[in-house]
Design a binder for this molecule. Sequence first.
Ligand code: TRP
Length: 334
Amino acid sequence: MKDVLSAIQPTGDMHFGNYFGAVKNWVELQKKYECVFGVVDYHAITMPINYQKLRNNTWELIFNLIAVGIKPENIFIQSLVPEHTELAWILSCFTSYGQLTRMTQFKDKSAKSKEETKDSFVSAGLFNYPVLQAADILIYRPKFVPVGKDQEQHLELTRNIAQRFNNSVSKEYFRLPEALFTETPKIRSTADPAKKMSKSAGEKHYISVFAEENRIRKQVRSAVTDTGKNTEGQMSMGVENLFELLKATGKLKEYQSLINDYNSGNLKYVELKDAVADALIEISNDFKEKKTEILSNKKDIKNQIKQSSWEIRKIAQETIKNVKELTGLINVKF
Ligand code: TRP
């Protein structure tokens, strides 16, 4: 059993929205709990993607995670632990079809998939995605699952599945996992502060954690500050976002002094932007240095992750053995 499980889809690049909103919290959680973090490539194939890029994206994300402070021994690659899909099948038989049809992420993603591909094809994998997610979680029987609010419905479904399973086999086998909604900064796109920072909106909408200094500065310098929509006297979303970023970097003295300037009407946006850019660059340089080290050692790191996946897989195998026992499936050790 583990205390904490979370997972992330392999999309290669990592931006400051991912970092401040989720991954930084994972780094902290490692200090207090036994953690496992999955890079979930089985989930990535639920949407039409570039299959040639997936494997590279998976490794790239892993290098990035390690560079920002996730311990390699806590990382596994989902497809190296095939018990996830085995458990997903079993759990699908304890999942309410009706409840799956009400998953908002499925509705959003299927609409998006149709729009992007101009094709009405939506995979059954996308529909079953939340069952695989439930398997990802339950297979390690964790106490906590740190996720964003957008995953609340999936967590609720996971608990329902666990409950139905437990009731059906008359045993409190699965621990009901709790979502851990740590307050994390919600970073918005600097190009369009009405949107959250994300890769799907396009290149100018996210600042990569590993971007070149000049690019970071340029992106911050060109951040939208006045959206024109706000009523007099209210901080615009763009300015608020810059302050949020500055606070997230931990530069609290600068933050406070610039807030004071804002309140007294003396804030020059360029000063706020420079403070944000300096702080992001400082963090980024530190991570880039670690990443260079990692990249010079790629082979060893890959082996280490295969090994950690194997270690973590032992827990998954134990769970599958128990689940087969409880559900009357044949258990044979070949
Ligand atoms: N669905 C999650 C997301 O979109 C990713 C995910 C897959 C996940 N399996 C998980 C998150 C298990 C937490 C636990 O972000």
